[in-house]
Design a protein around this ligand. Structure first.
Ligand code: ADP
Length: 270
């Protein structure tokens, strides 16, 4: 007794004529579900062997000084690549979970100041002294959402801003009012992005410059994760950028997602 999935297309002709077309997409839908489950299962299964591998490499690394230089270098490469693979597998798993689960069970009013400050600290650590990361809080209301998901979306945007901007750049994390409600912004004054790439940035594995991205340690899944987190919060992503003029990533949340600053967390549960 499988559910049937139909897709409707309604075309209006003048004032009183309509053409309604229905397409049975049950099979397509089922295939899409299988793809998601498969990716989720594979990435989950890959985590344990990768952890074991990373563990052994770490043990060997403590003896690196006793190894001939060429072998020691090889060991470092192996550690780098294992860590890349772990990031990739973790991001794939996170993304497929975001696609599979309905979400919403852990939604609470978030302490926006603490959340932004935490991400700022991590982004500043990644930037070291190359860039400066700042927080601007201009909105008192709180967002009702999943702390882990919003944290992960904001981290992805902030880490990108650090990774794709040259030394001396500024990165700002901002929570402010918006005509539709409120928005979380991550702005940088780095190299920016050519407009041809902007509509495709949230696709899985889409990268502007493949060579550079693998150097920066990205997985190509960051913005896809951001997009899915926002979908689960009735929000959307806007990207404003011009080459040479930095980039602005804006996550817009509707007013229904906001509560007054003093709202007690326990009143929002359930
Ligand atoms: P990645 O893991 O490659 O960073 P993302 O999905 O997070 O994957 O980003 C996709 C691409 O968007 C990146 O490879 C990069 O080319 C571009 N990009 C993302 N953020 C910025 C930014 N702040 N400035 C310039 N380019 C960016």
């Amino acid at each position: 007794n499988e559910r049937m999935v139909l897709q409707f297309q309604i075309t209006l002709y003048g004032d009183d004529e309509r053409l309604v077309m229905a397409r049975d997409i049950t099979r397509l839908h089922r295939l899409e579900e299988m793809r998601r489950d498969f990716v989720a299962n594979v990435s989950h299964e890959l985590r344990t062997p990768l952890t074991v591998l990373a563990g052994y490499l770490e043990t060997y690394a403590t003896y690196a000084e006793q190894l001939p230089p060429r072998l020691a270098q090889g060991l470092t490469r192996m550690q780098e690549q294992t860590s890349r693979m772990q990031n990739l597998v973790n991001d794939l798993l996170l993304l497929s979970r975001l696609e599979i689960d309905r979400g919403g069970e852990d939604h609470l009013p978030l302490a926006m100041d603490a959340l932004l400050e935490e991400v700022r600290r991590d982004a500043q650590a990644l930037a070291a002294s190359r860039q400066q990361v700042r927080v601007e809080l201009e909105e008192a209301r709180r967002l009702v959402g999943s702390d882990t998901e919003i944290h992960s979306a904001l981290s992805n945007l902030a880490f990108n801003a650090v990774r794709y901007t040259p030394e001396g750049s500024q990165v700002v994390l901002r929570w402010k009012a918006h005509p539709k409600g409120a928005c979380l912004e991550v702005q940088d004054n780095g190299e920016g992005i050519d407009s041809v790439h902007i509509p495709r940035l949230t696709e899985r594995f889409y990268r502007v410059d493949k060579g550079r991205s693998s150097e920066t340690g990205g997985t190509g899944l960051g913005l896809a994760i951001v997009k899915h987190v926002l979908l689960r919060h009735d929000a959307y992503l806007e990207i404003e950028s011009r080459p040479g003029q930095g980039a602005l990533f804006r996550c817009v949340f509707p007013a229904e997602r906001l509560v007054a600053a003093e709202a007690a967390a326990d009143r929002m549960t359930g």
